[in-house]
Design a protein around this ligand. Structure first.
Ligand SMILES: *Cc1c(COP(=O)(O)O)cnc(C)c1O
Length: 467
């Protein structure tokens, strides 16, 4: 497969170059020259395939000629060590609205970014085998990305990671996820804002001494190697919905357990009437990487009826869908803060593949307020005993209002475990059960170095090689 920049259709690059570079030299995003259709028979059998089989069928064509099947299998088996269950929450949902949750938070940092980050880490390591200069990943984070990237690359040979985060502006759990691992992961608490962290990383990439002496790369969410693995859970869930097969939920499924459920009322993950047919996915969105991955899965042939792009009040994309005009906004703070994005970075990729008209045919958009989001968290817990996190609740609200695109079910992507956002969720539901992944992160001691937002300090640390 060849890849092009969204801003330069003339220079093709390999998957390896697109992945290791992240961003094209003139600032564009890499896209595959075509979205490869599934081999004959695959799209109709997704419901009976294992996650690993789906991974190989789905990712294979994107890395063909570069990563042999056996190596890809090893990468995927190492990356996807947790499941993405499709769980029935509200058996009355049906055509009236949301009924299912696609739980994407069973990975080590309890958010969907684990899928992309873990695949990317193992892919980078494989692509750079035999290189003796270690690769250093620089990543700026406002909280969630840093944790997923740190965890994804932890212990991966030949690669070290430096995470820059705004001092005092991430949650205690996020700081432990970023700075509590040690080993090949170092953490810098920057005296400044997230924007200062991002500016520092950009300046480091442009700095001649650093470029000359170090092999630097980024793990930004626009990286194509983070996007491609996200197509998997769409394909797997679409297969299950078509086959009418749901999952029972996992140990860490955040539900009120049997004792709290009235007899005869099905709780989350219990048996119920099973909606069957092409599924509609409702995707809580910020930078729109996740939704773009869903569109890839649909274009490959996965049995998907359509999408709902759910945003908080940062409504750039719902407005675009409505009006055809793309106007970025200054981002506003909300309780679903991983989606506080006014200029979604993946929009350029989406619009390079699909026109406004094409996008509108499969994607409906809706913007949701914080009050509505809180109301949904409280109501879903009260009625169904299921805990939604604020991001999932934005999705649930939109799905309930817009309903499915066809006659099949709607699944809301539950992008984070509610225990990650307990400060918002618990006042509405009472104590949220804490999953083992979060439990173990909470036991870590964060070790970071505080630095001013100053390139010369960062340069010295990086060149000294100790941080
Ligand atoms: C990153 C994130 C999102 C937004 O995903 P995009 O791919 O940026 O649209 C939604 N929910 C959670 C919990 C996230 O961490």
């Amino acid at each position: 497969m060849r890849y092009y920049s969204t801003r330069d259709k003339n220079r093709a690059v390999s998957f390896a170059e697109a992945a290791l570079r992240g961003l094209a030299p003139e600032g564009g995003l890499f896209i595959p020259e075509q979205i490869p259709p599934y081999r004959k028979g695959v799209a109709g059998s997704l419901g009976s395939m294992s996650f690993l089989e789906i991974a190989l069928e789905t990712i294979g064509p994107y890395v063909e000629g570069e990563i042999p099947a056996a190596a890809l299998e090893e990468i995927c088996a190492g990356a996807f060590t947790f499941s993405a269950p499709l769980v029935l929450i509200n058996p009355e949902g049906g055509a009236a609205g949301a009924g299912l949750a696609l739980e994407l938070f069973h990975g080590p940092t309890a958010a969907f970014k684990d899928f992309g980050a873990r695949f990317m880490a193992r892919t980078f390591s494989w692509l750079r085998r035999g290189e003796d200069r270690p690769l250093r990943i620089l990543v700026a984070t406002s909280g969630d990305t840093g944790g997923a990237v740190a965890d994804g690359f932890y212990g991966v040979e030949g690669i070290s990671v430096t995470v820059l985060y705004p001092q005092g502006r991430v949650s205690e759990l996020q700081e432990k996820q970023i700075a509590g691992l040690g080993g090949n992961i170092s953490a810098l608490a920057v005296e400044g804002s997230f924007d200062d962290c991002q500016a520092l990383v950009k300046a480091a990439f442009a700095d001649p001494p650093l470029r000359e002496k170090l092999a630097l790369s980024s793990a930004n969410s626009i990286n194509i190697s983070r996007l491609i693995p996200q197509t998997l859970y769409y394909a797997a869930a679409a297969g299950k919905a078509l086959a009418g097969r749901l999952d029972a939920g996992e140990e860490a499924t955040p539900r009120r357990l049997a004792a709290g459920v009235q007899d005869g009322v099905p709780g989350p993950g219990r048996a119920g009437p099973v909606p069957r047919g092409p599924i509609t996915f409702c995707v809580p969105s910020g930078n729109f990487g996740n939704l773009t991955a869903g569109l890839y899965a649909m274009a490959m042939g996965a049995p998907i009826a359509g999408f709902i792009a759910a945003t908080n009040i940062n409504r750039t994309v719902p407005d675009y869908l409505e009006s055809g005009e793309y106007k970025t906004r200054v981002s506003q703070a909300t309780i679903s803060n991983a989606m506080d994005v006014g200029a979604p970075s993946n929009f350029e990729r989406m619009s390079a593949h699909w026109s406004h008209g094409e996008t509108r045919r499969v994607v409906r958009g809706l913007s949701v307020t914080d009050d509505e989001t809180r109301g949904t968290i409280a109501a879903v817990y009260r009625d169904w005993g299921y805990y939604l996190d604020p991001h999932g609740a934005v999705g649930w609200t939109a799905a309930r209002k817009l309903g499915p695109a066809g006659t099949g079910p709607v699944a809301v992507l539950a992008t984070a475990h509610p225990a990650k956002f307990s400060a918002t969720v618990e006042p509405l539901t009472g104590p949220v059960p804490v999953p083992p992944a979060i439990q173990s992160a909470l036991g870590r001691t964060p070790r970071s170095r505080t630095i001013p937002a100053d390139l010369s300090v960062l340069r010295e640390l990086l060149l000294a090689g100790n941080r």
